[in-house]
Design a protein around this ligand. Structure first.
Ligand code: NAI
Length: 400
């Protein structure tokens, strides 16, 4: 029997709890720290089924009816005998879970960030300290599904399941008796096929949202004349050549970071860190009409149809940018600043990232960069290595 603890109370956590509970040989438990979610979820399940509807193209939907054995707000209620912990929440919520779990975590456990998002392993090492070496870490690039919760604590839905999901594994000492990737596969069932390769830092550097969203925001709004617009502009399909150029330069810097790390630590495999244009051609092969270059990949990506810039409406019905949206509030401290922090330790110059961060921190009223140094007062609230006093490449790579 594998005992799986799913952390979170949102779309992903609902679906994961139901899918895991319905797998043979798996006991699913849930820890949700946010507000009164644990209480509400427990109450909702007491006199209702817990249902996950799984849709898949060309097939009739299937309904899974299986409940997690316990949902709690306290780690002490759910941690006994746990083999694998799956964090399935936005990155900004990871710290709370790691702090709550730390006193009850044991050597040999498996800890999964699904998605891990940029800097997952830095948060784990910074918060767990020495214990991090004794835990096997898995970080995945995304959620296994496109999914949504329909009724809290009762019903959720898988809209689509990814064919495969890429991640990376760092084995702890002691390693668990069962391979961690196989253990997670048992918890999630057959699909998606989990593929782990390369170093965890590769997943951090391929946290593409962390530079995609801020670069497009910068490209569009840094030259805005301040006059409210007639409508919210298209975010992706309306991208211009300047914004695509900014994004391409930032992505060049990310690839340069990976190359510099591999040059300095040849045992570290970051070969899956690619330019974002290759990422687009790979991930959206069926959605892009014209894959010629980065600009055309974004402009003609049908998966993005209709998605607009985050805007607020003025009293006379016009539109101005909303800088409080996650494209800056999350993707700067949990994305671009993380990349910038790694660049510092790898000795890579990042003029394009610096332009975007400097503009964004002004919009957010935060301070990350001071000149070209990551010493701003808001660094501790980010996930860059410097926030956790991880001072060199060996510490961020888990080699020290
Ligand atoms: P979600 O938006 O449903 O997560 C909300 C949950 O996060 C809340 O129910 C609560 O448990 C927790 N939370 C919210 N605010 C909190 C706070 N201040 N403190 C502590 N916990 C808090 O997230 P979802 O949809 O489950 O996605 C998880 C991650 O996966 C996100 O990073 C999302 O971008 C990513 N993702 C989601 C996909 C989807 O289809 N839902 C697809 C691909 C990626």
């Amino acid at each position: 029997m594998v005992v799986a603890l799913i952390c979170g109370g949102g779309n992903g956590a609902h679906v994961c709890a139901g899918i895991a509970a319905s797998q043979p040989g798996v006991e699913a438990r849930v820890l949700t720290l946010f507000a009164d979610e644990a209480e509400r979820w427990t109450k909702a399940m007491a006199c209702n089924d817990f249902v996950v509807t799984v849709n898949s193209k060309g097939k009739a939907p299937t309904e899974l009816k299986a409940k997690p054995t316990v949902v709690s707000k306290k780690a002490a209620d759910v941690m006994s005998g746990v083999d694998i912990i799956v964090l399935m929440v936005p990155a900004f919520a990871h710290t709370g879970y790691l702090e709550e779990l730390k006193p009850l975590m044991k050597p040999g456990m498996v800890l999964v960030g699904c998605p891990g998002q940029a800097g997952f392993e830095f948060a784990v090492r910074g918060i767990l300290g020495d214990l991090a070496r004794h835990v096997s870490l898995l970080s995945f690039e995304s959620l296994p599904w496109a999914c949504r919760m329909l009724e809290f604590g009762k019903k959720s839905e898988v809209l689509a399941t990814k064919g495969s999901l890429t991640g990376a594994l760092q084995l702890g000492d002691p390693a668990p008796a069962v391979d961690p990737t196989a253990m997670l596969q048992q918890v999630l069932g057959e699909a998606p096929k989990l593929i782990t390769k390369g170093h965890l830092l590769g997943i951090t550097l391929m946290g593409t949202n962390g530079y995609l969203h801020p670069s497009i925001m910068f490209g569009f709004w840094s030259h805005w004349d301040g006059k409210p617009l007639e409508q919210s502009p298209l975010f992706y399909n309306g991208v211009d050549r300047f914004s695509a150029g900014v994004l391409s330069s930032v992505s060049d810097e990310v690839v340069a970071i990976a190359k510099a790390v591999m040059q300095q630590r040849p045992q570290v495999d970051l070969n899956n860190v690619t330019h974002i244009v290759d990422w687009y051609r790979r991930c959206y092969a069926n959605d892009i009409t014209d894959p010629t270059d980065l600009y055309s990949c974004i402009q003609t990506n049908n998966a993005y149809n209709g998605l607009t810039h985050p805007c607020e409406q003025t009293s006379n019905g016009r539109f101005v940018p909303n800088y409080r949206y996650r494209y800056l509030t999350e993707d700067i401290p949990f994305g671009l600043v993380v990349m910038r922090g790694i660049a510092t330790l790898a000795g890579v110059a990042t003029p394009s990232m610096d332009k975007v961060i400097t503009w964004a921190q002004g919009c957010l009223g935060k301070e990350y960069l001071v000149g070209d140094q990551l010493t701003g007062k808001d660094i501790p609230a980010t996930r860059c290595p410097q926030a956790y006093n991880l001072p060199c490449l060996d510490t961020i790579l888990g080699l020290a």
